[in-house]
Design a protein. Sequence first.
Length: 101
Amino acid sequence: MGSVVYWYLGEQRGAGDLRPYVLVQFGPALLIPMMLLLYPCRSKARAWILATLGCYTMAKLCESADTAIFTQLGWISGHSLKHLWAALAALCVAPALNDSA
């Protein structure tokens, strides 16, 4: 939320900067696999973290193919599917946190 507020306030001054927003959106998708490689764990949490990353990736793909998905399916848009995938990603986080001990 802070990155959006930062962007909005910058836009009000005529110099909006989306770099913090891009970092928030894509940083975890780059950092999580690197953390899994550098700090491997043997628990089931690893599988849940990978499932979370996969769902987040699907959400971003649906977001980028919004119109094409709606054109092909005719009843649901990529934006709507993005929210479903993001919710599923959030559901995968809880078991990962519960099993990390």
